[in-house]
Design a protein around this ligand. Structure first.
Ligand code: UDX
Ligand code: ADP
Length: 459
């Protein structure tokens, strides 16, 4: 099938950047990204590209170049579905918060709604591409909804999981290690492969069956997260011995069988994928009665929760076992640098714990709004919204956040944190002045020379 029009349902962190890069490389294809969230669509259409709802280095430039030429953002979902030959489903699939599989399984209601919407509207044959991370065998569910509700139209379902990492999404999309396409119909696979083929070499486009493709996505994320939990486990051991986790990571990373990436010890991984995908894997394994498999992967999450908790425990213990009434300056709220995404960010959990101990938190993040910070905390339901507001303030200026603070906690590895005037910060803080560097971005000896009591991960 020759593709001339594409519709992407879901204008989020995956749909937005992915379609922008496809549009840039396929000027002959009209791409419409639709969303039920009108405010989000309006932000994507804002003349001022610094107001786009997703912050990603390089994204604004591509949107500027393609928007209203062959890339469109709209709330008119039905028209976009009807006119397109290919439809990407890029909606969110959060972990269920109720009922069977609560806290583990993926909530597929948004995906199902999309499938029903497509079935209702489609009058011509369509290729439906699942882009959202989904549990294995979701394609089957989509297929069954489309075939049983659709009006005689043929649907080909493809699984085309996204491997972009936030903060480097554009770079990852422009130079992917591989593109994975799972499906039954060779013709449909060819159609999608030719779209990617306009900038990705064909040998980097891998074709598998649908189930392998779906499972590969979960497995890739589980392996990546496992590396972080593994090095974080070693970081705790380092803190009890004379070993330094940075040195250990370097030493093992030089073994080409292990490799050097994803060995940065941290306050714990966050993001919309790792935890969710592993929980999915665990849930699926358990549903097949594979308890050893489930327990094996679940340990990656248990280790990550432990790492976040022991960071705040150590801070409290070091501050003479109480943070009540003390001011803690928090640098960074996003789950990693170069993104405004905060989903599952370690900062949320560390703050929640410190507030339960009655600490006053002043947060500075270069890209995260004050509203978002409060929403993240309120979502945990630990206390009232008024209490969260009372204990947690967002500050526009980092020096303000750290003024008169008893301690600094670094939660995100934003580059700008390294270049601050730490001497000035030291002067303005309460003494002894403590730094808890959850990302190991500052130099221990420099900080100690200034006068700080410096604590980091695994050193
Ligand atoms: C991840 C996968 O990398 C990507 O392929 C998939 O498509 C989606 O999930 P993302 O969550 O955007 O991407 O970011 P990633 O760079 O993987 O980081 C995840 C978390 O791990 C972040 O909180 C990051 O700070 C943390 N991390 C990463 C570490 O703590 N140490 C590391 O060495 C690497
Ligand atoms: P991701 O990181 O997977 O891209 P996001 O939450 O950033 O997740 O984006 C998903 C988007 O999908 C949201 O903007 C949400 O409003 C949109 N969405 C969810 N369900 C539907 C639906 N049925 N139709 C259209 N858009 C939807």
């Amino acid at each position: 099938m020759k593709i001339t029009k594409i519709c992407c349902i879901g204008a989020g962190y995956v749909g937005g950047p992915t379609m922008a890069v496809i549009a840039k490389n396929n000027p002959h294809i009209k791409i419409t990204i639709v969303d039920i969230n009108a405010e989000r669509i309006a932000a994507w259409n804002d003349a001022d590209v610094s107001k786009l709802p997703v912050y990603e280095p390089g994204l604004a430039e591509i949107v500027k170049e393609t928007r209203n030429k062959n890339l469109f953002f709209s709330t008119d979902i039905n028209t976009a579905i009807d006119e397109s030959e290919m439809i990407f489903i890029s909606v969110n699939t959060p972990t269920k918060t109720f009922g069977k599989g609560k806290g583990m399984a993926a909530d597929l209601k948004y995906v199902e709604l999309c499938a029903r919407n497509i079935a209702d509207i489609a009058t011509t044959d369509k290729i439906v591409v699942e882009k959202s991370t989904l549990p294995v065998r979701t394609a089957q569910a989509i297929k069954s909804i489309l075939e049983n509700t659709g009006n005689g139209v043929t649907f080909d379902i493809l699984s085309n999981p996204e491997f972009l990492a936030e903060g480097t999404a554009i770079e990852d999309l422009l130079h992917p290690d591989r593109i994975l396409i799972g499906g039954e119909s060779e013709e449909a696979i060819d159609s999608l492969a030719s779209i990617y083929g306009s900038w990705v070499p064909q040998e980097n486009i891998l074709r598998t069956n649908v189930w392998s493709s779906e499972l590969s996505k979960l497995t890739a994320n589980a392996f990546l997260a496992q590396r972080i939990s593994s090095i974080n486990a070693i970081s705790e051991l380092c803190e009890h011995t004379e070993a330094n986790v940075n040195e250990v990571a370097k030493a093992i990373g030089m073994d080409s069988r292990i490799g050097s990436k994803f060995l940065k010890a941290s306050v714990g991984f966050g993001g919309s994928c790792f935890q969710k995908d592993i929980l999915n894997l665990v849930y699926i394994a358990r549903s097949y009665g594979l308890n050893e498999v489930a327990n094996y992967w679940e340990q990656v999450i248990i280790m990550n929760d432990h790492q976040k908790r022991r960071f705040s425990d150590r801070l409290i213990k070091t501050l003479y076992n109480t943070v009540s009434g003390k001011k803690i300056g928090l640098l960074g709220w996003a789950f990693k640098k170069d993104t405004n995404d905060t989903r599952e960010s370690a900062a949320i959990y560390v703050t929640d714990h410190l507030v339960s101990e009655q600490a006053h938190i002043a947060v500075y993040d270069p890209k995260v709004s004050a509203v978002k910070i409060q929403t993240d905390l309120n979502y945990l339901n630990t206390r009232t919204e008024a209490e969260n507001l009372k204990y947690v303030a967002s500050v526009e200026n980092p020096y303000e956040a750290l003024k008169n603070a008893h301690a600094v906690a670094i939660m995100t590895e934003w580059d700008e944190f390294k270049t601050y005037d730490w001497k000035q910060i030291y002067t303005d803080m309460k003494k002894p002045a403590f730094i808890f560097d959850g990302r190991n971005i500052l130099d221990k000896s420099n900080m100690e020379a200034i006068g700080f009591e410096y604590y980091s991960i695994g050193q």
